[in-house]
Write a protein that binds this ligand. Sequence first.
Ligand SMILES: [Fe+2]
Length: 248
Amino acid sequence: MAISIAQITDLHLLADPEAALRDCVTTARAAGVFGALKERSPDLLLLSGDLSEDGSPASYERLRDWVEELGCLAIAIAGNHDQPQCLAEICGRTPFINESVYTVRGWRIIALDSYQPKRVDGWLGAEQLDWLDRRLGEESIPTLLVLHHPPVPTGVAKMDAIGLQDGPEFLNLIARHRQVRLVLSGHAHQAFIQSRGSTTFLGCPATAMQFDQAELPAGWRSLELEADGSWRSQIHWVPASSALALNQ
Ligand SMILES: [Fe+2]
């Protein structure tokens, strides 16, 4: 039986649920996506960073409440806008998975931390890369990695300037581990797909504003992972009208 995953990213929630960020009421848009997810009942939610814009406890509490209401497990990682300590305090217990490595139905899911204090760009660092190399060396089942900053160029120069600064080291590492089938990221506020060797790199639209096409509504990505290592993925858009109809 396949595992059904929903990736949602770059929510940029604010303490005030009616406040706007660049003309985008981020809480309402994220609420619309959670409403859409209720109809799909994913097995696992991947929240790939910039969950809060202001790092406020209220924003993480709202996110925790939505996840609890959805009723599935979740993995939450920090983006450059987050406050990792506050995120961990509020979203660090069930239904959030508080482990970096999670094995489910023949797949391994590994969450990476590319957050750097007071910086917009990302960095994994030698210690984390060594750790990842060891973990990948111990198990060869199909593996999905998730991190906030895209490790590959997105083609948008100003975004690539603030991407994963040790991306080349990361790419060299995973090239030695052919079981890494998928690498998911946020940060770019746009979808993309790239393949390198046996690995596919997927970017995801934000639930907040999209950088490349501001007129697009909130988006998210679904994934179905099969035990034989194959997978399917799709982008979904949630019109603003459905966001307005939902509770915040
Ligand atoms: Fe973001």
